[in-house]
Design a protein around this ligand. Structure first.
Ligand code: ZN
Length: 714
């Protein structure tokens, strides 16, 4: 086919495939069979193969890209993400209306747009204006902390109802960016299908977890196989203003009809919050029959000018509320109270319950937190208790139904000894928690190993609780580090491990051996070192220069920068476990506590952990098995230049000026344009200007590129 003809055909095919996808995924209609959609897609693939230069990123063939390497990049949101304040009672909604009237200084008739609150994962899609009023999908971010989210472009673009581009015609002011927010979810039927394929320990408890787990996959192929869907409901204020959108309802119609993003059809304008009460009740009954999970309604003041007048508090808009279903409650019987040993030796009492269906999952246990809580509830074995899920996730015992208590039920006495190793438990003064002080306690060991392989640590799939128990029982592993030395032959001795499963798990272990430093630190399971603290440690400690380099070309694929930056290969710096230990040991408690966000409690906990000889042996064993923690360039670089000001002059032998500046900033330093007494170093190349002279006059050290790289520890 001639190139010109091919170009026309490709354009037509793309349009038609999008039209059919839209009909199928959004309007729930199938004008043609799935075979036809597929045939068109195959034709497009063939044409693009023949004319690679005609393949554009917005082609439906380009939805599934290359897997990411290592971690999801963190990116700032265009506008900070707000959250919604929750209400559970009609009276709370009425209070809200009163607050708004007070703030507006008048009582006026208001309309609210009432939408379903989809229980999924909050995602924002960024579209950027191209030529001819076309907007192209650039990236997708999770909510994260509201300021910064994780870049999940590679998985969100596999959702076929999310347009890769759209056209805005006849607009007076076309904004440069449109930031559309919504909820990515997994339909209930897709969750059942997915869970049927997973082993029991890998199954997702509810659609929200499944959606989050799928979106945060590094490999877009996995996400693409999971039938994710999305409902959109928001647009950044600047864009809505520029487009002269007057009401929330108009905004939804714009999203649906112009941008072509999926929008939930169950929305309605109401004039009184009492109507919301009726609607909530009606959807509470219909809830189970819907193809997706909801946890209530969302009410938004319809008029956008009124929204603007009301503004926002520090976190949430004053003009919107989530109106949530009351937490579901059920009764269950306490069959037993058992003690669980945590990875830090903390003992948690757990109520073992008669299996009870609660908010979408079968509950068989609920935490009782500690001895004080048991006393407060006066919960006894044999009691009937009222259960609910806190935040719809963790089941908790609300109260004991004392009238149903059997005569035989005796008050629970907290055991004096560890259930795993029989060491006498301690309860430090002022703490509610009992602890097992035995550092080689078998109970804590199992927990530590489970923690090491967990999702936010080494993230080794296929090593569930039962497998780890089995590995310990067979004597194949004694501590967490032994995981990395396991061979396919070892797994072959376990029940239910067949060829494919063995291959998968050994590959997962091999891949996990290069792990980002913050995950490594988190994986050690040091008390008080959670994910956030581990990240601060990874960023803020001046880790020594990389002992080894892991050269890998990273394809950023769809993640490549918004501003057209080319894909580039990165050199990853890696640090060996023993070098991590050396660095931590050298730091004093004061130095550690001085790090913003660390403090004395974490510092002491780290020190205590490092004092234990067996921990050094553990790290050495990991190193011998080939484990390396990676230190990426950029914001994760060691902050060795904190507080230092540099001035650049002349041409450097290998670094460009921009590269040198970026290196200084990445390592925590500052770049200034003129030399003064405050300057710490002048970085000087060939043909320097007057700055070098000035530095000499003021006695500011002048260094060359070589010395500069040494400062960076290279
Ligand atoms: Zn113990």
């Amino acid at each position: 086919m001639q190139k010109k003809q091919a170009q026309e055909r490709i354009a037509k095919l793309k349009q038609e495939i999008w039209r059919l996808n839209r009909a199928y995924f959004i309007e729930d209609k199938s004008p043609v069979s799935e075979d036809v959609r597929d045939a068109l897609k195959q034709e497009l693939i063939a044409l693009e193969k023949e004319h690679p230069d005609l393949t554009t990123p917005d082609s439906p063939t380009q939805r599934v890209g290359a897997p990411l390497d290592g971690r999801l990049p963190k990116v700032r949101h265009l506008t900070p993400k707000e959250s919604l304040q929750d209400c559970f009672l009609l009276s709370e909604l009425e209070d809200w209306v009163e607050q708004m009237e007070r703030a507006l200084g008048e009582k006026k008739a208001m309309e609210y747009l009432c939408e379903l609150k989809i229980d999924g994962l909050n995602i924002s899609l960024l579209y950027r204006k191209q030529k001819e009023d076309t907007y192209r999908f650039m990236r997708a971010l999770t909510r994260g902390n509201g300021i910064e989210g994780e870049d999940v472009t590679h998985t969100v673009r596999t959702i076929e109802s999310v347009p890769l581009s759209f056209v805005l015609t006849k607009r007076k002011h076309a904004p440069e960016f449109l930031e559309i927010s919504g909820e990515v979810y997994l339909p209930k039927a897709a969750l059942n299908k997915l869970n049927a394929k997973l082993s029991k320990e890998e199954q997702f408890a509810n659609p929200r977890n499944a959606a989050a787990g799928s979106v945060r996959q590094l490999d877009p192929k996995i996400a693409a196989s999971r039938e994710l869907q999305m409902f959109c409901y928001g647009l950044n204020r600047e864009a809505a203003d520029a487009l002269e959108i007057a009401t929330q309802e108009e905004l939804m119609l714009f999203l649906r009809d112009t941008a072509g993003v999926p929008v939930n059809r169950e929305m309605r304008l109401i004039k009184d919050v009492k109507e919301a009460q009726v609607r909530l009740e009606s959807f509470r009954k219909k809830r189970d029959a819907l193809p997706y999970d909801i946890d209530g309604l969302v009410l938004k003041v319809n008029d956008r000018k009124t929204q603007r007048d009301l503004g926002s508090t520090a976190k949430a808009p004053r003009w919107a509320r989530a109106y949530k279903f009351p937490a579901e409650q059920k009764t269950a019987q306490v069959l037993d109270i058992r003690l669980q040993v945590g990875r830090t030796g903390a003992i948690t009492p757990v109520a073992i319950l008669s299996p009870t269906q609660l908010a979408g999952t079968t509950v068989t246990r609920a935490t009782l937190h500690n001895a004080d809580e048991i006393e407060r509830l006066d919960v006894r074995i044999g009691d009937t208790v009222i259960l609910q899920k806190a935040g719809d996730i963790i089941p908790e015992v609300v109260e004991v139904m004392e009238n149903l208590r059997p005569k035989s039920a005796k008050p629970f006495r907290f055991p004096a000894r560890c259930p795993a190793c029989s060491t006498e438990l301690v309860r430090p003064e002022g703490e509610a928690v009992h602890r097992c002080p035995n550092r080689s306690c078998a109970g804590a060991r199992q927990e530590r190993i489970e923690h090491l392989v967990s999702r936010y640590a080494f993230n080794i799939e296929g090593l569930g609780k039962e497998t780890i128990e089995e590995l310990i029982a067979q004597g194949l592993i004694v501590d967490a580090a032994d995981i990395f030395a396991l061979s396919p032959e070892d797994f072959a001795t376990l029940p239910l491990f067949k060829e494919k499963k063995i291959e998968n798990v050994t590959e997962a272990i091999e891949n996990a051996k290069h792990v980002p430093l913050e995950r490594f630190l988190f994986a050690l399971g040091i008390r008080h070192v959670g994910r956030e603290t581990a990240e601060i440690l990874a960023r803020r400690i001046a880790w020594p220069s990389a002992k080894r380099m892991v050269k890998r070309a990273i394809s950023h694929g769809p993640q490549s920068s918004l501003f057209g930056e080319e894909e580039r290969s990165l050199t990853l710096h890696a640090i060996a476990p023993s070098a991590i230990a050396e660095t931590l040991v050298k730091l004093s408690q004061e130095e550690l506590s001085a790090i913003d966000g660390i403090g004395p409690v974490v510092a002491e906990s780290l020190m205590t952990w490092m004092e234990e000889k067996s921990h050094h042996a553990l790290l050495q064993k990991m190193e011998d098995a080939g484990v390396l923690a990676t230190l990426p360039e950029g914001s994760h670089a060691p902050q060795t230049l904190t507080g230092k000001t540099f001035v650049l002059t002349g041409t450097l032998p290998t670094l460009s000026r921009e590269e040198a500046k970026a290196l200084i900033k990445d390592h925590g330093g500052r770049v200034s344009s003129s030399v003064s007494k405050q300057t710490d170093y002048v970085l000087c190349g060939t043909d320097p200007g007057s700055k070098a002279q000035k530095a000499e006059e003021l006695g500011v050290p002048v260094i060359e590129e070589e010395g500069f790289l040494r400062l960076l520890g290279r």
